[in-house]
Write a protein that binds this ligand. Structure first.
Ligand code: FAD
Length: 380
């Protein structure tokens, strides 16, 4: 295939890797840079030297999707291990209850004996505080599950996660949290595909980037001079950062990950526990309980605890865009997007490029569609 010119891709996470592969297969020479010393972005996983357990440096990444086309595309680069994710919330009295809220959660918290969907629905309706048009996340949750469950399972968690009250947050942030009226305790039952890449995410992204048309430079922060003589730049860097914060920052919540070794608790059979207390930690992951993550010695568990913080207190590590009920940052992002439109030969991609929380399947889906659309436009 004749070479069509150079493309710069900023970021070796899923967004950058999918663009790079799609454009390289179409005959472009793609240069991928990343400021980190590794590929795979926030999905990066590695093996712990002490225990041999695989862990995800930036918190547990569970692959789940409805999108068969995404699974088919990724399956060119990985085999899979089936895995259905389950989460328990630790209550202050030491009991564990299923999350998302299901029949067992309600029976356990309220000491009821509900045993079918109609009974659960009726019970929650009794608890619910009607809000015709929920103005924020608090209204929304109270209108679904009442004040007590809202406070216990969501308000405290939200305060430590976002440093905001539910009343200050947009309802969209909590709308993606399902409430179940049955015994189903799977975290993602709506998604037909739930699995983990057999050899991990880093190996998967490595395979995507393994193409003769792609070069990867790590520990390489973006500089504007790099755009010289490239046909196009696709950038997954933060859009406000690209413009030197000209319109003010687009804030993010971040997380400090504390990776610790501890004796294995044989009673814990689920990988992720959420904390409902008022302490600083939101959740804990026991890696050896994820398939393929191994525990060759069996001696100790590697556990990761997550402590949310402002991204300015964590080396500007941007994880979750802050969505306030007044929409101020969404408006600011739109203004940055207008600025980006004036830039020649540049497209912002991925999570931080588009200031959205996106799961991996969404990023991959958007990136496949975006790269193919761009190729179609070039062919016109
Ligand atoms: C704690 C946490 C848990 C998550 N759990 C899940 C989950 O269970 N399931 C799921 O589907 N998704 C999960 N996600 C979302 C998932 O991480 C994202 O969908 C995915 O990482 C997005 O890929 P991306 O390429 O857009 O961004 P990233 O993975 O963030 O990659 C962007 C890359 O760009 C690089 N970069 C940024 N700025 C520059 C610059 N100026 N110069 C050079 N390089 C730069 C960064 O170093 C980074 O490597 C989770 C996210 C977080 C934060």
């Amino acid at each position: 295939m004749t070479e069509k010119g150079r493309i710069l891709v900023v970021g070796a996470g899923f967004a950058g890797a999918v663009y790079a592969r799609t454009l390289a297969e179409a005959g472009y020479r793609v240069e991928v840079i990343d400021q980190r010393a590794h590929i795979a972005g926030n999905a990066f996983d590695e093996t712990d030297a002490q225990t041999g357990i695989r862990f995800h440096r930036y918190g547990p990444h569970l692959f789940h999707t409805k999108l068969e086309a995404v699974v088919q595309w990724l399956s060119r680069f990985t085999t899979w291990l089936p895995y259905e994710h389950r989460v328990r919330a630790l209550m202050e009295d030491g009991r564990y209850v299923p999350l998302p809220v299901n029949m067992e959660t309600i029976n356990s918290i309220f000491a009821t004996a509900l045993n079918n969907q109609a009974e659960v629905e009726a019970f929650l309706q009794e608890l619910a505080v009607p809000h015709v048009a929920p103005r924020n996340a608090l209204d929304y949750l109270q209108s679904k599950i009442g004040t007590e469950l809202t406070e216990l399972l969501f308000a405290r968690y939200t305060r430590k996660m976002w440093a905001l009250g539910l009343e200050d947050m947009d309802a969209s942030v909590v709308k993606r949290l399902p409430i179940r009226f049955n015994h189903d305790d799977r975290y993602f039952p709506e998604d037909r595909f739930q699995m983990l890449p057999e050899h991990g995410y880093t190996a998967l992204v490595q395979a995507i980037l393994d193409h003769s048309g792609i070069t990867v430079d790590l520990s390489t922060p973006f500089e504007r001079a790099m755009q010289k003589d490239v046909v196009w730049t696709f950038s997954s860097m933060a859009i406000d950062d690209y413009f030197g914060n000209a319109l003010g920052p687009l804030p993010y919540r971040s997380i400090r990950f504390h990776h610790v070794h501890q004796p294995i608790k044989s009673k814990t059979t689920w990988a992720v526990t959420n904390f409902t207390d008022t302490g600083p930690i939101t959740r804990e992951t026991h890696w050896h309980l994820l398939p393929g993550h191994n525990n060759p010695t069996g001696a100790a568990a590697l556990v990761t605890r997550e402590e949310p913080c402002d991204y300015r207190d964590n080396h500007m590590e941007r994880y979750y865009p802050v969505k306030t009920a007044d929409g101020i940052y969404v408006t600011r992002y739109e203004q940055y997007r207008q600025m980006a439109r004036q830039e020649p030969a540049l497209t912002f991609i991925g999570r931080c490029g588009t200031y959205q929380y996106l799961d991996m399947d969404q990023v991959i889906n958007q990136s496949l569609a975006g790269a193919r659309k761009w190729l179609d436009e070039q062919a016109k």
